[in-house]
Design a protein around this ligand. Structure first.
Ligand SMILES: [Zn+2]
Length: 211
């Protein structure tokens, strides 16, 4: 049972705390606001751009103009929480048209975009960190997957994919099922998470503690 409402839960954390639909949505939205504040992602007067189809996209892919087709669950959730955020202050939200996609890292874009939000979750961040450690070709681990990379911000940084997917379902956000290529390392980390719940979150938290 949801501790607050005493009704049927939709989500259970590993510490057995359970949340009903309404409480889960509230938890999720509050945590997004916390993430944006904690990592100073958006300031007053910012124009925040986002593109549909950055599903799992890395900043590198964005620079190279590589996008998935259609909106996946992370994309629709990112859009939903950004709309909630800009409703609260002097911040503008711009859905970037296709021809601007390649320019989002430049400062002289026509739309005066000052930040670009992408839908990177704990799952992808943990993968990037482990991948960098295994390949040992990394000079600066801190720079591998930070919550903010110059103009690029990641409001879903502290969420698991499963939380993002559940939020999309509960809010009835229309999205496409996008097949994502999984590497062996990704499968391995997913297996690890089943045996040791919270391992992905722990990887990202340890990484943040380095900074
Ligand atoms: Zn509740």
């Amino acid at each position: 049972m949801c501790k607050l409402c005493e009704i049927k839960p939709v989500y259970e954390f590993t510490n057995q705390r359970k949340l009903c639909e309404r409480c889960f949505i509230r938890y999720f939205q509050k945590k997004v606001l916390y993430t944006i504040r904690k990592f100073k992602m958006i300031q007053q007067g910012d124009v925040v751009g986002y593109v549909a189809g950055t599903q799992g996209c890395t900043p590198k892919n964005i620079q190279k103009n590589i996008f998935t087709k259609g909106k996946g669950f992370r994309d629709v959730v990112l859009e939903d929480v950004l709309k909630m955020f800009v409703g609260k202050g002097n911040v503008e939200l711009v859905r970037l048209p296709a021809h601007l996609r390649s320019q989002i890292n430049k400062t002289d874009n026509k739309e005066k975009i000052s930040k670009v939000a992408i839908a990177q979750t704990i799952d992808l961040t943990a993968y990037k960190i482990i991948n960098a450690l295994i390949n040992k070709n990394v000079k600066n681990l801190e720079g591998v997957a930070p919550p903010v990379e110059s103009k690029i911000i990641k409001p879903l940084y502290l969420f698991l994919d499963e939380e993002v997917l559940l939020y999309a379902k509960l809010r009835r956000l229309k999205h496409k099922k996008i097949k994502e290529r999984k590497t062996e390392l990704m499968n391995f980390i997913n297996e690890l998470e089943i045996k040791h719940p919270e391992v992905k979150r722990a990887i990202v938290n340890s990484y943040l503690a380095l900074r």
